[in-house]
Design a binder for this molecule. Structure first.
Ligand code: ADE
Ligand code: ZN
Length: 399
């Protein structure tokens, strides 16, 4: 199991707002003179208790009030990249939901400038690639969604794609069919949350009506076996977030999570963290918890990590280099047999590399990495100035 923790990984489903750690929440509240009902990180953590998606969203949205300036969004994004890199996430496609900010008077440009600058600086400093996805909130109107698209036009070449999040029940994907068609006309890739709180039919709508490239969560697709077969045939990726699903009671316990069954049904299952401090773990935390509860084998872990790079919005050359690095990590574990549980002499194939069209990650971050092992450990001046990123030991857990 330990080899997967230090193996190269992609993260395709994480909300930047959902990476707001209690320390940063309190720090930003102080910096921006926002009063909160908590004064210590223990009090914040104690408030991070919820049983359902709507319960969670209430706590989550209340905390967003501390994010006010472009620098705040920069610090949030940069800190996520640093933390993800410690799990050896080399490619990240985080999402930001501008409506959660513009609705409370924050300028769209402040959000985008902060996020895009941090992605560019952070990816460069940390030896990563990535790009941002704009997440629409499904409880708001179609008109509001079109306004987001209009605002984003100056940034259109720096945005990877459009997503859809928020309370799923009673907000079917179909409501946003025209918006997603317009996003595709902008040349963007598309993703949508579906089949988390909502039924399998929402997953089908996301795929058939919105035409998404990936489904966020999607785990309730299992309620419709014909849909599972279709997702497998078309290799539509699911960005699964096990700790999120257990916290929000999509599954009562990790042992009953269907990730392994979906993988064996031939679905392109990937591993992601969603809103890590709220759900108790970043990417490696999700690998660890799922592997322990479901008894995932090294080959299954390899397949999941490989799916992450196959499902990423990146160009073929970059995909090939990531797949090769992942295969090398697996092979090294097999050779040493330390923590791999593997069979000596078994070799690992980086697998077929698929061609894809559409925008590719790096547009708002780093387009191309020079080397898979050349990460610098020093934060940019802007990140260091914030006080949220320490200048040393950024990559202490990565060798
Ligand atoms: N926004 C942040 N996390 C979310 C989740 N798990 N589902 C829907 N919307 C979200
Ligand atoms: Zn999510």
């Amino acid at each position: 199991m330990s080899w997967i923790l230090s193996a190269p990984k992609a993260e395709l489903h994480v909300h930047l707002e959902g990476t707001l750690e209690p320390e940063m929440l309190l720090g930003l509240a102080a910096r921006n003179h926002v009063s909160l009902p908590y004064t210590t990180t223990d009090e914040v953590r104690a408030a991070f208790r919820f049983d359902t998606l709507p319960d969670f969203l209430e706590v989550y949205w209340a905390g967003l009030r501390v994010l006010r300036t472009s620098q705040d969004f920069y610090d949030l994004t940069y800190a996520y990249l640093v933390r993800a890199r410690q799990d050896n996430v080399l490619h990240a496609e985080p999402c930001i939901s501008p409506q959660g900010h513009t609705q409370r008077g924050i300028a769209f440009d402040a959000v985008m400038e902060g996020v895009l600058s941090a992605l560019a600086d952070g990816c460069r400093a940390l030896g990563m690639t990535g790009g941002v996805i704009l997440g629409l909130q499904r409880h708001r109107s179609e008109e509001d969604a079109f306004a987001v698209l209009e605002h984003s036009k100056p940034y259109r070449d720096k945005i990877l794609g459009l997503g859809l999040g928020g309370p799923e029940r009673d907000h079917p994907p179909t409501m946003f069919a025209r918006v997603f068609a317009a996003a595709r006309d902008l040349g963007w890739r598309t993703v949508a949350h579906a089949g988390e709180e909502g039924p399998a039919s929402y997953v089908a709508e996301a795929v058939d009506v919105l035409g998404v490239d990936r489904v966020d969560h999607g785990v309730r697709c299992e309620e419709d076996p014909a849909l599972v077969r279709r997702l497998a045939e078309r290799q539509i990726p699911l960005t699964v977030c096990p700790l999120s699903n257990v916290t929000l009671k999509v599954f009562p316990r990790m042992e009953s999570h269907n990730l392994r069954r979906l993988l064996h049904a031939g679905l392109r299952v990937t591993m992601n963290s969603d809103d890590p401090p709220y759900f108790g773990g970043y990417v490696n935390g999700n690998y660890t918890a799922a592997a322990a509860a479901l008894g995932l084998t090294p080959d299954e872990l390899f397949a999941i990590a490989r799916n992450g790079f196959l499902a990423a919005f990146i160009h073929d050359e970059l995909r090939a280099s990531y797949l090769q690095a992942l295969a090398a990590a697996r092979q090294a574990a097999l050779n040493s047999r330390v923590g791999s549980g593997g069979t000596p002499g078994v070799s690992v194939d980086a697998g077929r590399v698929e061609r894809d069209g559409g925008p590719q990650a790096g547009v708002g971050g780093c387009r191309r990495r020079i080397s898979l092992s050349s990460a610098g450990a020093e934060p940019t001046e802007r990140a260091a100035r914030s006080g949220f990123v320490q200048p040393t030991n950024l990559l202490s857990s990565f060798s």
